[in-house]
Structure formats: structure tokens, C-alpha cells
Ligand binder design. Structure first.
Ligand SMILES: Cc1ncc(COP(=O)(O)O)c(C=O)c1O
Length: 453
């Protein structure tokens, strides 16, 4: 039998990886150049056919040494590239090069955070960084998650463990779908939905809901809504929760990044009153997916996740001082996503990250001003974060939807969509700090140029 293929770690790992990395980087360059825009032209059938052609036989009898180059080129050619300034549809940000390089090291070393003997330094790093990030929100500890969805699910799970299966989730109509879905997942009663006029949860309506429905209650507020980037009135909501003895979770998956900005941080006043906070650094932290956190004000709540498995966390091992990691997640094997986060925090520092936040918020103001200056476009409202909602003036909803799809299928631009105030809006989510004013103008030209008159 020939020698097995080289490994990524160990003394020979770097030498094995170096030429492969050259291949990957060349393929990224070739594929990106072939695409020529923010996403491939032609729509789903064309892209699928191109990929099928590149892939060929997925499990040939004899391996193909060019598979790495072929598939990375095909993926880059067919990507919706968040580093392209006209790719602005979703909370799908361009990862920083330094974070992505750190993620390579995580993949090469492959520590698994379910037991200390698989991740000695990574587990120590995770403990230090999660606590530091928790302190930023006024909490004591934080768990690493795969993103906003898992953070929201965990928040609901921890609340159910404290308050029992009768726990009633109360959330605004503006909440992320993962919250009611978590209630469904854990078999809780149907959530109570509170009006969110103009996109923000109404504290008086919350007060009525807490008064009129039997508890115990878990209130979920949002700091940075998915559709509009709006921040719920956190102090007022916290006061209503305190008055009714309700537990408070804040989904700051989008808005949490404001914590790094001296200019915008105070807009998160009230975050420290929450029992749990969802953060998501693959949105406003410029990380490759996945980079979520759930901060927890009272670490005693985490005992609900405690788990014994003799092969990972034997009692005599933990008595002897080996950290017990199983209770830090409902997952078992777990990537060290904390490494890229730690490298980013330390490389950029508070000012560097804050500058990124300030920059994308400024870009949103700039785009909104440009929309307002064009009579053919209609702005929904001044942007709160880095999301701008607008629509071709006077166009019916099906036209707005069609404009978005045409830009997608022709490969010109990725814009999102949001339904607010009974109408459909185009959504630009600006997360690329390299976007220039002329890119914003080009985006609006594309929308106007593709709107039938
Ligand atoms: C407010 C909010 N919460 C949670 C999520 C879910 O995050 P993820 O996709 O990382 O699971 C999103 C996603 O856009 C979001 O906007």
C-alpha cells in the first residue's frame, strides 16, 4: 500500500500544508476573477450545472490530485462573496483575513472542546476569552455557540430548566424566528407575540402581555433586528420584566458589535440587566462562521447543562483537577471557534473593532442619504445600525421582489428583502468596511436601472 496522505498537524504538517495553501489561494484568485461580480450570473440551474460539471464523479475509483484546485475554484466562481461591495443582502459579513488564518490553525490542530485531554490550551483560552466577552455585557460567563440561533435556543433551554415546562416565551413580532422555534423544539407552550410597531417591541404591550398571560415568563428582546437593525427599548423592557418577575433574554446577535464602539456603545444600555445575551461575532465581529456566544449573568444557571460521560469527564478526573468541559455546550465534539475570535480581539483591539462598527454604521447613513436624494427611490426610515431599507418609489410589491431576483440571477448584486409596515422593502445590510461611496451609488443605479417604469 502507498503511504497514507500527509496530515495537517504534527512536525510535518506545516510543510504538507504550505503547497496546498498555495493551491487554495491560487484557486480562490482564479475562481473569484472568473465570477466577475458579487455572485455568479445565471441563477440556480446554471450555477448547479456548472458545479456538477466541475465536480464530475464525487467518489472515483482512483483519486484525483487536482480535486482541491478544481473544487475551490468552482466554489469561489459560484460564491456570493461578502467581500464584494455589491453583496449586501444579509447579516453575512466578510471575514477578516487574520481571523480566517487563525481558523486554519484551529482546523490543523483540531482541538475538541469536550474534554481537556483533547484541548489543553484551547480550553484555557476559551475560559479566558468567554469570560472577558461576558464582562463586556455585564455578565459573568459565556458559552461558545454556532451563532445566534444556538444562543437563542440555549437561552430558552436554560430558562426552561430553571422555570419548568410551563415556561412561556414572550417576544416581539420583530424577534428572530429562532426564538419561537426554540419554544417549539423544547415543547414549551405557544409563545406570546407582542406588537412591535415601527419594528421595536412596545413596552406597554409587553406589560399587558405579562399581566394577562400566566407565567413563568421568558421575555426575549432584540438589540439589532434582522429586518431593520432596530434596537428594542432595553431599559423600559427590563423595568417591565423586573416588575412582573419575568426572566429577560436579549438577542444581540446583530447589535452586540456596538459594544466595541465608543461612539455607539451606550445604545446598548440595559444589556447588563439581561439574564442571558446572544452575541454573534460572525455578524458584527468579522469572523468566519461559526462564532456565536451566549453570555449568562448568573453562572450557577449553567449547572443545568452539567453532564457526566465517563470517557470525557470522569468524576475522579475532575476531582483531580481536569476541567470538566461537557457542561459548556449541549454539543460533544466542538471546534475551537474561540481561537479566531481571540486573535481578532487582540490584533485589532477595542479601537480597531470599534472603527469597523463605526464605519459600517456611517456607510448606512451615507446610503440612506443617497436614497433620499433620488426621487425614484423611497427610504423606509433613517438607519439604526448598518441596515438600510428602501424601495423603488411607487412600485408594487411584486415588482420590488422581481427587481431583487433579477439582480441576483444576473449576478449584479445581492440585496435582501424585508416586509415592514405592510410593504415589501429591499434590504441593504452593510457589513463590508471596504465599501466606497461609489459602490453605494452603483448599487442604487442597479436598482433604478432594473425597475420597469
Ligand atoms: C437578530 C438575530 N438573531 C439570531 C440570528 C440567527 O443567527 P445565526 O444565523 O448565526 O444562527 C439572526 C440571523 O440573522 C439575527 O438577525
Amino acid at each position: 500500500m502507498s503511504a497514507p496522505p500527509p496530515l495537517a498537524s504534527g512536525p510535518d504538517g506545516p510543510d504538507a500544508l504550505r503547497p496546498l495553501l498555495d493551491t487554495v489561494l491560487d484557486a480562490l484568485r482564479t475562481g473569484t476573477a472568473a465570477r466577475r461580480g458579487p455572485l455568479p450570473a445565471g441563477g440556480p440551474h446554471t450555477v448547479a450545472a456548472q458545479l456538477r460539471h466541475a465536480l464530475g464523479d464525487i467518489l472515483p475509483d482512483h483519486g484525483d490530485p487536482d480535486a482541491l484546485r478544481t473544487l475551490v475554484t468552482a466554489l469561489a466562481a459560484g460564491a456570493a462573496d461578502p467581500a464584494h461591495p455589491l453583496c449586501a443582502g444579509h447579516l453575512h459579513g466578510p471575514p477578516l483575513a487574520v481571523a480566517t488564518a487563525a481558523d486554519l490553525a484551529a482546523s490543523a490542530l483540531n482541538p475538541s472542546l469536550d474534554s481537556w485531554d483533547q484541548a489543553p490550551a484551547a480550553s484555557a483560552l476559551e475560559a479566558l476569552v468567554t469570560r472577558a466577552l461576558a464582562h463586556e455585557t455585564g455578565a459573568a460567563d459565556a458559552l461558545v455557540t454556532t451563532g445566534g440561533t444556538e444562543s437563542n435556543q440555549l437561552a430558552v433551554l436554560l430558562a426552561r430548566e430553571d422555570h419548568g415546562p410551563g415556561l412561556r416565551l414572550v417576544h416581539g413580532t420583530n424577534a428572530h424566528h429562532s426564538l419561537p422555534r426554540a419554544a417549539w423544539l423544547y415543547g414549551l407552550p405557544d409563545p406570546v407575540t407582542v406588537p412591535a410597531p415601527a419594528g421595536r417591541l412596545d413596552p406597554d404591550a409587553l406589560d399587558h402581555a405579562l399581566r394577562d398571560t400566566p407565567g413563568p415568563h421568558l421575555v426575549a428582546a432584540t438589540a439589532g433586528t434582522t429586518d431593520a437593525g432596530l434596537i428594542d427599548p432595553l431599559p423600559e423592557i427590563a423595568a417591565r420584566c423586573a416588575a412582573h418577575g419575568a426572566r429577560l433574554h436579549i438577542d444581540a446577535a446583530y447589535g452586540g458589535g456596538l459594544l466595541f464602539s465608543a461612539r455607539h456603545r451606550t445604545r446598548l444600555t440595559g444589556l447588563d440587566t439581561a439574564d442571558t445575551v446572544a452575541l454573534d461575532l460572525h455578524k458584527t465581529g468579522w469572523q468566519p462562521i461559526a462564532a456565536g456566544l451566549l453570555t449568562v449573568r448568573d453562572p450557577a444557571r449553567l449547572t443545568a447543562l452539567r453532564q457526566r460521560a465517563d470517557y470525557l469527564s470522569a468524576a475522579d478526573d475532575t476531582d483531580a483537577g481536569l476541567p470538566d468541559l461537557l457542561g459548556r455546550s449541549p454539543r460533544t465534539s466542538r471546534r475551537p471557534d474561540i481561537l479566531k475570535i481571540a486573535v481578532t480581539l487582540k490584533t485589532l483591539g477595542r479601537t480597531g473593532l470599534g472603527a469597523l462598527i463605526d464605519r459600517v454604521c456611517d456607510l448606512a447613513q451615507d446610503l440612506a442619504a443617497r436614497v433620499t436624494a433620488r426621487p425614484g427611490l423611497h427610504l423606509h426610515a433613517p438607519p439604526a445600525l448598518s441596515t438600510v431599507l428602501f424601495r423603488p418609489a411607487g412600485a408594487p410589491d411584486p415588482t420590488v421582489a422581481a427587481v431583487r431576483r433579477t439582480l441576483l440571477t444576473e449576478g449584479h448584486a445581492v440585496l435582501g428583502r424585508a416586509r415592514l409596515d405592510g410593504r415589501l422593502w429591499l434590504k441593504a445590510t452593510l457589513l463590508n468596511p471596504h465599501t466606497r461611496p461609489e459602490d453605494l451609488a452603483a448599487l442604487l443605479d442597479l436598482v433604478e436601472g432594473h425597475t420597469p417604469r
